[in-house]
Design a protein around this ligand. Structure first.
Ligand code: NAP
Length: 323
């Protein structure tokens, strides 16, 4: 089978498209024909091995998996002898943020870990694009006690995490202010933003509104820049470590203050998939898809994603995806 491969951490140039053996499922695994996967910011962290802490999970000196990729949507091609929860031919999708070797024509995954059926109305591409960004967005929301009508500001609302966060917050009844760029103002309105800021023209930190939560889903601001926008009891959460990795220690320093920082340690991926399936089936979530590349264009796809300018999600999708 064709697969993106690499043997060392590095830039997208370390990626080589090769023909390698198709993996064989063990007793508890599914063999999946992959029809869509994203190239996301978690993949970029695993590709470069930075921040270095990521190597505790993905291989200390070199990547433990030759094939990259953290999410997928595809069809079950074969099942292990002990698998009872899936059948050959099932349409499935999944995510594992430490890696799934999904940037290949085939992959294997444990049947009990991070894999769920795709709702009938959803395509492979839509399912794959509802995985990684939505997972981190849902993870932010699960770290706070959100009530209907709460005002929430989302910085970086045009990214994979941000575009999912706006939709999920709207679903939970929050009143969302979304910060994005000029070409995407209409997109932010369509995702459910009540108010928008164009960061290319205006500084959201000069806003006169106050917020219960600020989700800096692109990590370009900081607690100190946003603190005055928080109401007493308000919380700031960022997707990045921040200046001097402050988002790691500010949660401790602000723990008993009336404006706090929370570090969003990621949770169980399966929980996100089950929740997202509910929303997708009800038509309450539409993933934002920016570009679709072929597996042969993997290096270009990573280079684009690493520029930090994508709108929503970037996909790798294969020639023989069934319609
Ligand atoms: N902690 C974790 O486990 C984890 C996991 C995944 C990702 N991350 C981090 O989370 C961040 C977001 O990930 P993502 O996948 O959502 O990113 P992304 O899709 O690459 O999106 C970044 C978005 O932010 C916008 N943006 C850039 N500069 C901005 C600014 N100054 N103000 C407001 N918006 C700005 C970009 O718009 P333009 O088109 O205008 O540039 C782009 O649409 C990344 O920094 C990533 O490294 C963390």
């Amino acid at each position: 089978m064709k697969a993106a491969t690499r043997t060392a951490y590095g830039s997208p140039k370390v990626l080589k498209l090769r023909t390698i053996d198709r993996p064989q499922p063990d007793d508890n695994e599914l063999l999946i024909r992959v029809y869509a996967t994203t190239v996301n910011r978690t993949d970029c962290g695993i590709l470069t091995g930075k921040p270095y802490a990521i190597r505790l999970f993905t291989g200390l000196f070199k990547p433990s998996s030759e094939v990259p990729g953290t999410d997928f949507a595809g069809q079950v091609e074969a099942i292990g002898a002990k698998v009872t929860s899936f059948q050959v031919g099932d349409r499935v999708w999944g995510l594992h943020d430490e890696g799934l070797a999904s940037q290949a024509e085939y992959m294997v995954v444990r049947a009990d870990n991070g894999v769920v059926p795709i709702p009938e109305n959803i395509t492979y591409q839509e399912a794959a694009a509802s995985a990684e960004g939505a997972h981190y967005a849902y993870n932010f929301i699960n770290k706070v006690t959100l009530s209907k009508g709460d005002k929430v500001l989302v910085n970086g609302a045009t990214g994979a995490i941000g575009s999912a966060a706006v939709q999920l917050l709207k679903y939970f009844g929050a009143v969302v202010t979304a910060v994005g760029n000029t070409p995407n103002m209409a997109l932010l309105d369509s995702l459910g933003a009540f108010k928008t800021f164009d960061y290319l023209k205006e500084d959201f930190t000069k806003d006169t509104d106050n917020y219960k939560f600020i989700f800096d889903t692109v990590g370009k601001s900081s607690f100190h820049k946003c603190k005055h926008l928080l109401v007493p009891g308000g919380v700031y959460i960022s997707s990045e470590l921040g200046p001097m990795a402050e988002n790691l220690y500010l949660p401790i320093l602000t723990r008993f203050k009336n404006k706090r920082v929370i570090f969003p340690v990621p949770m169980n991926c399966k929980r996100t998939l089950v929740f997202m399936n509910e929303l997708l089936a009800k038509g309450e979530f539409k993933p934002v898809i920016d570009r679709i590349y072929r597996l042969e264009e993997i290096e270009e796809a990573y280079s684009y994603v690493m520029r930090g300018e994508k709108t929503g999600n970037v996909l790798i999708s294969y020639y023989n995806e069934p319609s």
